[in-house]
Design a protein around this ligand. Structure first.
Ligand code: ADP
Ligand code: ADP
Length: 229
C-alpha cells in the first residue's frame, strides 16, 4: 500500500483560440511510499502542479488511474480527497479573518465535527498560537505560509502535499519552513512536495522523482540520485 500511486496518468489541457492543447502529463507512473518525504523536482512547466492537483481533486485527469492511501480517485474520490491536504503555492487568502476563524471555516468545509476539531493544537503546531486572533492581513509572509500549512491539516490527512513551499522566500524563512515540514513528518505525516530547487529536494527529501516535460525521467532514493547528478 502506498501513499500515492499513479499509473499511466495523463493530462491534456484543452486549448483555446489563442493557445493549442497542452499535454501536461504524458503517462506518469509513480509510487510514493507511506512515511516518506517525497520530492517532485523539475523546472517550471514540467507538470508538477498538474500531478498533485489531480490528487487534490482540483484538476481532472484525461486518462490513467490514481489512488491516495489506497483510495481510487475515480471509485472513491471523496475518500481520496479526505486523505490528502494540499498547501497551494499562492498565498492570497482570507485576509479579513483571524487564523482561528480561517481554520474553523476550513474544518467546516471538510465536515469535521466540532468535537473533533483540533484548531488550537494545529495553531500551536505551526507556531501561530500568539496570532490566533490577529487578522490574517497583519501576518508576515512566513506566518501566512504556515497558516496555509495549518489549513491543509484540519481534517488530519495522512498525506500532506506542498506545492513549491518555499518559492520566492528568503533563506532564513526557507529553513524555518523546512523545520516545520520535518516536524510534521516526525509526527507521522507523509510529505510530498514539488520544487524546482535541487537544494530543497536534497535537504528535505528521502526520495526524489525528476519530472520534465510531463514525464518522470528518474525516481530514486536521494543518495542514489545525487551520485548521478
Ligand atoms: P509545474 O507545476 O511543473 O510548473 P504545471 O503542471 O503547472 O507545471 O504545468 C504543466 C504545463 O501545463 C505547462 O506548460 C503549463 O503552462 C500548462 N498548464 C497548466 N495549467 C494549465 C491550464 N489550466 N490550462 C492550460 N495549460 C495549463
Ligand atoms: P481542467 O481541464 O482541469 O478543468 P482547464 O483546462 O479547463 O482545467 O483550465 C481552464 C483554463 O485556465 C485554461 O483553458 C487556460 O486558458 C487557463 N490556464 C490556467 N492556468 C494556466 C497555465 N498555467 N497555462 C496556460 N493556461 C492556463
Amino acid at each position: 500500500e502506498f501513499a500515492i500511486e499513479a499509473h499511466d496518468l495523463r493530462k491534456t489541457y484543452a486549448g483555446s483560440k489563442k493557445s493549442p492543447p497542452k499535454e501536461a502529463l504524458k503517462g506518469v507512473d509513480l509510487k510514493i511510499r507511506r512515511g516518506s518525504i517525497f520530492g517532485l523536482l523539475g523546472p517550471n512547466g514540467a507538470g508538477k502542479s498538474t500531478f498533485i492537483n489531480i490528487f487534490a481533486g482540483l484538476v481532472t485527469k484525461t486518462s490513467g488511474t490514481g489512488a491516495v492511501w489506497g483510495r481510487d480517485i475515480d471509485r472513491d474520490p471523496i475518500g481520496a480527497r479526505a486523505a490528502i491536504g494540499v498547501v497551494p503555492q499562492e498565498i492570497n487568502m482570507d485576509v479579513f479573518f483571524t487564523p482561528f476563524e480561517a481554520l474553523e471555516m476550513m474544518a467546516g468545509f471538510y465536515g469535521v465535527p466540532k468535537a473533533e476539531r483540533r484548531t488550537d493544537a494545529i495553531l500551536e503546531a505551526v507556531g501561530l498560537s500568539e496570532k490566533r486572533n490577529a487578522y490574517v492581513r497583519q501576518l508576515s509572509g512566513g506566518m501566512k505560509r504556515r497558516l496555509l500549512v495549518a489549513k491543509a491539516l484540519v481534517h488530519n490527512p495522512p498525506v500532506l502535499v506542498l506545492d513549491e513551499p518555499t518559492a520566492g522566500v528568503d533563506i532564513e524563512l526557507r529553513r524555518q519552513l523546512w523545520d516545520y515540514v520535518r516536524e510534521l513528518h516526525a509526527q507521522g505525516v507523509t510529505i510530498v512536495l514539488t520544487t524546482h530547487y535541487l537544494e530543497e529536494a536534497q535537504e528535505l527529501c528521502d526520495e526524489i522523482a525528476i519530472v520534465n516535460h510531463g514525464e518522470v525521467v528518474a525516481c530514486e532514493p536521494k543518495e542514489q540520485l545525487l551520485k548521478r547528478l
